[in-house]
Ligand binder design. Structure first.
Ligand code: ADP
Ligand code: ZN
Ligand code: ZN
Length: 720
């Protein structure tokens, strides 16, 4: 049987006696807000209140015995919303932790993580509420439902799983027999009792997914819920179909829910409320799903745990991976982090024994890992960016009827347009960056795009500086590479997958489907193609501009490059013999490339961790980044300087344990006419940094207000 959901018990109040509520609202002010309410209400319910002249949806955080200010000043809530059960205490704890750790007011965590209509008063006004029947449910009905929720219908968990009719109807539902390494991992996870982070380090194609599914199956069969997080939406259709086929016999047709930003509002609410009510037992989702209320959560899986898309890059800048570990700890359940190239943070935890490391060292199919060849481009006559070796290899695969992938992390036609006479280069009028030459999809017309602000402009007929009419594309992006390949291999069917070719809804799925169906010989793509896909006929991967990532300014650049190349290399030869990866580089002796050649993640991680330790960088230090935006760079820098001075003068806690660096302009200083600067603070002691940040962030709103600067504070930034 499942555990009953604990519903907080409301102290009996005589009818008519006011309840004093402390409510979290999505406003940039610290603290909770006092309201009164004359009906039954409990923490975790949402309410509509008036705030200034606006109406807002808020979350009731506490009931107070007495008002904390003059009762005459306290407004009464407009409406209590009963369309969802109250958020359970563990959800409230998660939100509270995220607010404290990421230094945001509680309301700026609790409300933004909800599906948008659930936090808009307009959804609940008038007849045409956007929520349909969900929002129109009245209180009585909601109460009944809540009672029912205390003893939910158990999933039919005791039935034998393999004999269910759905399972035999669909052949994919039959799990393959596990390989010994997989079995060891599944057994180790099943043996866990309570909280324990597991780092599942499995080479590409080792069958990590199968391990997740077996582990999840055990948890689902025990009547608990599972959260399975993946980095990207374009991965979910394949996996979703597999999950449905595998688990329907155990959890029923409605037992799976998905959650990601590509869903329509209605679908998102549907998933959200089904997991919150315990109707959905398995949630598959992107980073946002870490905030889904799951009253019977029994395990969390984070696939490709190193992936930067687990980090939210605006608003509440949380790491869904880190929150997953916290949430698992709070609920005392296992959390499985899987990757072929774990983040150095997770790897270090495993090295120190904080995480249980399980390894899958062999590919699950009969194939070996691909051979990695480094082609030194310094001594080569390149043809439009392609080495003779790569061209020959592409030709060979084509002749054998195998697919190839040409990977290039740069979309568009060419990164810049330039004038050969005077050296003019195309740049964005709104940003301090170049504009990228793009071919208009499906036509031979060109435009200039800014990838930072979205600006688009026409291609000038002549150089704006010297009037020369010979403007030339410099370098190459995916569109241009696709064009060259079509010239070189006129008989080949070539497809391109990048953010431009997949702009239309559903087009990414369609393109991937045609690759999987064998309708494509050569695929050109950005990192969009590198993740997760299990291509059956792909034998060769060629990597074009890897070096451009090698010397990026960020100290995480080599780590990220290694992960990306390992991922993309891992697409080669998953089900074919003689998989091969050709990396074109001018720096083949670099440790990143040498480690890739040997498939040696562990060696690379050891090398990187030594370097990080020697230079005092994460994971040997904890960081936070204060970023300021203003019309003028000077303003932004002055704000940061003042913020730094305040820290010294006000004698903030842990000052001597926290290094405050100088304010500096961002590498791309101006975006859409706004100039940006940042200030890094760092400590080897996480609690010290936290104590400092909490005190410091209390000062910032006032300084920013006086100096008319927008700011944000990011804890554990991924990019500096
Ligand atoms: P990873 O996520 O580790 O890169 P996948 O989970 O995509 O690898 O698995 C790679 C391939 O191996 C898939 O086609 C999968 O169906 C197959 N596979 C996984 N486990 C087994 C197994 N035990 N026996 C046979 N095939 C397996
Ligand atoms: Zn010129
Ligand atoms: Zn721009």
């Amino acid at each position: 049987m499942t555990n009953p959901v604990s519903v907080p018990v409301l102290a009996r109040q005589p009818a008519g006696e006011p309840r004093w509520l402390r409510v979290a609202l999505d406003v940039p002010l610290p603290g909770l807000f006092d309201y009164r309410c004359d009906q039954d209400v409990e923490p975790g319910l949402r309410v509509i209140v008036s705030f200034g002249r606006r109406k807002l949806v808020g979350v009731v955080v506490e009931l107070a015995q007495a008002p904390s200010m003059d009762p005459a000043q306290i407004k009464t809530v407009e409406r209590v919303l009963y369309d969802l059960p109250p958020f359970a205490p563990d959800w409230m704890r998660l939100a509270r932790f995220a607010a404290e750790y990421y230094q945001r007011p509680l309301g700026e965590v609790m409300l933004p993580v909800l599906p948008p209509p659930l936090r808009k008063p307009s959804s609940y006004q008038g007849k045409r509420s956007g929520l349909g029947p969900v929002a129109r449910r009245d209180a009585a009905q909601a109460r009944q439902e809540r009672k029912a929720q205390v003893a939910p219908d158990p999933a039919p968990q005791d039935e034998p799983q393999t004999l269910a009719p759905q399972a035999s109807a669909s052949p994919i539902a039959q799990p393959p027999a596990l390989h010994p390494e997989q079995q060891v991992a599944v057994d180790a996870i099943a043996a866990l009792n309570g909280f324990k982070p597991v780092l599942l380090h499995g080479v590409t194609g080792s069958g990590k997914t199968e391990v997740y599914l077996h582990a999840a199956q055990a948890v689902l069969a025990a009547g608990r819920q599972v959260l399975l997080m993946v980095p990207e939406i374009n991965l979910t259709p394949q996996l979703e179909a597999a999950l449905r086929a595998r688990f329907e016999p155990i959890i029923g047709a409605g037992g799976l829910a998905v959650l990601h930003s590509g869903l329509a509002d209605g679908e998102r609410i549907e998933s959200w409320s089904r997991v919150q009510r315990g109707q959905a037992r398995l949630l598959l989702g992107t980073r946002m799903s870490i905030f889904a209320p799951m009253p019977e959560l029994g395990m969390i899986v984070v696939d490709e745990e190193h992936d930067p898309s687990y980090k939210q890059q605006e608003g509440l800048r949380y790491s869904a991976r880190d929150l997953a570990v916290w949430r698992a700890h709070d609920r005392d359940i296992p959390v499985v982090l899987g990757s072929a190239t774990p983040s150095l943070e997770s790897w270090q935890h495993a090295e120190r024994g904080h995480y249980l490391r399980l390894a899958l060292q062999n590919r699950a199919s009969a194939s070996r890992l691909p051979d990695v060849r480094l082609v030194d481009t310094r001594r080569l006559q390149m043809k439009q960016g392609l080495s003779p070796q790569l061209i020959e290899a592409l030709g060979d695969r084509l002749a054998r009827g195998e697919q190839s992938l040409v990977f290039l992390n740069r979309r568009g036609y060419a990164p810049v347009l330039h004038c050969g006479s005077c050296g003019w280069v195309s740049h964005c009028p709104r940003c301090s960056t170049f504009t990228v030459l793009h071919r208009v999809e499906g036509r031979s017309a060109y435009r200039l795009h800014c990838h930072h602000c979205g600006y688009q402009g026409t291609v000038p007929r002549a150089c704006p500086e010297c009037g020369d009419q010979d403007l030339l594309p410099m370098g190459r992006g995916t569109q241009r590479v696709e064009e060259h390949l079509a010239e070189l291999f006129p008989q080949a069917r070539i497809a391109r997958i990048d953010a431009d070719s997949t702009r239309k809804k559903g087009s990414a799925q369609a393109l991937f489907a045609s690759v999987h169906a064998g309708e494509v010989d050569i695929l050109v793509g950005t990192q969009m193609v590198s993740k997760g896909h299990d291509f059956r006929r792909l034998g060769l991967v060629g990597v074009l501009n890897a070096d451009s990532m090698l010397f990026a300014h960020d100290f995480r650049a080599p780590e990220r490059l290694f992960a990306q190349l390992m991922q993309v290399a891992g697409r080669a030869g998953r089900h074919t013999a003689n998989g091969e990866v050709i990396i074109q580089t001018g720096y083949p002796e670099q440790p990143v490339y040498q480690a890739l050649k040997r498939h040696d993640y562990a060696g690379f991680a050891r090398y990187m961790l030594q370097e990080r330790e020697a230079t005092g960088l994460p994971p040997y230090a904890y960081q936070a980044l204060l970023t300021a935006e203003a019309r003028e760079l000077q303003q932004a820098l002055a704000f940061l300087q003042r913020a730094r001075d305040v820290a010294d003068q006000a004698g903030l806690p842990a000052l001597d344990a926290v290094t405050r660096y100088d304010p500096v302009p961002l590498r791309v200083v101006r975006v859409a006419h706004v100039e940006r600067a940042q200030l890094l603070v760092e400590s080897t002691h996480r609690p010290a940094l936290q104590a400092f940040l909490t005190a410091w962030s209390a000062w910032l709103p006032q300084i920013a207000g006086e100096m008319r600067v927008r700011w944000q504070l990011e804890v554990d930034p991924l990019e500096i």
